[in-house]
Unconditional design. Structure first.
Length: 131
């Protein structure tokens, strides 16, 4: 059951206590939330490529963290992802998010994954609803 009043510290994306989690750590600078991640073999879909669902998790989490760091508790209402190239495993990724707009209880954010060579293989936009 979903409860806002209880935090068991087991978030798959960011909790250091979740033994199978991604253990992401975030920073905020100049209105941009960032995290780094290097996918291993256990994170792949096609051989040598990160699984698309885990890519979506990275993008969703960095946007949610942007809101959280503004003191806003919100849940993803809609997310659109544009995969334009494979995301390789074993390569350090930068995952970043920023706000693009919003009104009332609805927040619009954008996120992307950047490879070390500066290429952006995946972008996302999402709407979050304040809870």
């Amino acid at each position: 059951m979903f409860r806002l009043d209880k935090d068991d510290h087991m978030c798959f994306a960011c909790s250091p206590q979740n033994p199978i989690g991604l253990h992401l750590q975030f920073s905020m600078e100049d209105g941009v939330c960032r995290t780094g991640f290097t996918a291993g073999e256990v994170h792949q879909g096609w051989n040598g490529c990160m699984h698309g669902g885990l890519i979506a998790t990275l993008l969703d989490e960095v946007m949610a963290q942007w809101l959280w760091r503004q003191g806003i508790s919100a849940m993803t209402a809609e997310m659109t992802i544009r995969y334009s190239a494979p995301v390789p495993i074993g390569v350090p990724l930068e995952v970043s998010a920023r706000q693009e707009g919003g009104r009332g209880r609805l927040y619009q954010l954008a996120a992307r994954i950047t490879l070390p060579d500066g290429k952006t293989p995946v972008r996302a936009t999402a709407k979050f609803l304040k809870v």
